[in-house]
Design a protein around this ligand. Sequence first.
Ligand SMILES: *Cc1c(COP(=O)(O)O)cnc(C)c1O
Length: 399
Amino acid sequence: MDKNVQRIRDIQYCGEMGGVVPDINHAATTTFLDPDDMDKVFRGEIQDHYLYSRHSNPTVNMFSKKLAAMENMPAAIGVASGMAAIACAVEQILIDGGHIVSSNTIYGGTYALFNNILTKRGIKVTFVNPSDVKAFEEAITPDTKLIYTESVSNPLLAISDLSSLGNLARKNGIKLVVDNTFTPLIITPAKYGADVVIHSCTKYLSGAGDLIGGAICSDKEFIDSLRDLNTGMAMLYGPVMDPRVAYILYSRLDHLHLRMKAHSNCTMYLVDKMKEEGVKGVIYPGLQEHPQHELMKEMVNVGYGFGGMITLDCGTMEKAKKLAQLLQEEQFGLFAVSLGFSRTLMSCPSASTSSEIPEDEQEKIGLKPGLIRFSIGFTGDDEVMANRFLTCYRQVCAE
Ligand SMILES: *Cc1c(COP(=O)(O)O)cnc(C)c1O
C-alpha cells in the first residue's frame, strides 16, 4: 500500500485510497487466507476478521462507530429499520422470556410489537404513564428484565425522567432501553444511565426522507450479543443495514447538529407566533406551559433547543384533517407520516401512526382524535411559514 495512504489511515480510517469519505464496502462475503482462521471465527476465537456481511460489514461498522460516539456509548450496530432495532434489542434482553415495564405513550409500531406479538409468546408487558416514575417502580416484578421508554414520547411529547428511570433500572439490576428518535443530540440518554439507546435512522439522522434505517447503541458486550452467530437476534433474524445506507447516514451525521438546531429554532419561532395569536392546545416541550418543561430543560444539551415536534389539538378529527389539508394546499407542509424531514410533515396520529393503540387506551393516555402532529422543517422563511399557518388556522379553527 502507498505509504501516504497508510499514514492517512493511521490518522483516521477513511477511503481505501485516502479519500476524505469512506469507501462503500459492497462485499457480501470475505476471503480467508488460511482455512483454519474461518473455523476460529466460528468458534469465537478470532474477533477482528470479517466473515459475512449479515454478521458485520466495514461500512455499517463505520457508521455505527460514529453514532456510538455521538450517543456517548461504547458501541452500536446499524440495522434495517427502527422497528428492527427495537425488536432485536428487546428480544435479545428477553431471550429467556420475562417482563417489560413500558411507557404507555410509545410509537404505535412498538406498542403493537409489545402488545400483539411479544405477549402472545409469553412475555408480559405492563404499560405505565411515562411521566410517573413511581408507576414504573411499582410495576417492576422479579421477572422484569427491562424498562422501555422514549426520551420524548410519540406523539404526545411527554418527557421521561431518564435519570430516575436509570437509577431504578440499576437498583433492580435491569436494563433501561430508550428510544431517542425524537431527540438526537438534544438529549443524550447515556448521560442518565440508559443501557440501550435506539434510533429510527429514517427520521432526523437521515433528514432527507429517502431511506429506512435503525440503530442500537449500547456497551460492547450487548452489541456483540446481537451479532452472536448462535444466539444473536440481529445475526439470526438478519435485518441488516445496507452498506449504501450506512454510507449515506455516516455522511449525514456530520451536519446533524446544524439540522437539529435549525429544526428547534424554526419550531420555537412558530410556537411563539402561535402563542401571540392565542392558538390553544399546542404541546411543545420548549413552552413554559409544558408540564415537564423544567425536566426537559435539565436534560437537554444546551444550544440544541427543544426539538422540532409539536402537537396541536384542533378539537375534532374533522377540523384536524381540514386544517392539515389546507396547510398542505398553502404549502406550509406535507400530509405524510414520519418526521425529521427538512420540510414540515403533518399527520393525525389517532387514526394513523398511533391507531395500533386501542381507542379506550388512547383516551386514557390523552391521545385525542383532534390532534395534529407536526414535524417542523427548516426550509422556507420562518415568518412566511408562520403566516401561512396562522392564516389557515384562522380559517378553520378560530371561530
Ligand atoms: C418511526 C419510529 C420508529 C420506527 O422506525 P422505522 O425506521 O420506521 O422502523 C420507532 N420509534 C419512533 C419514536 C419512531 O418515530
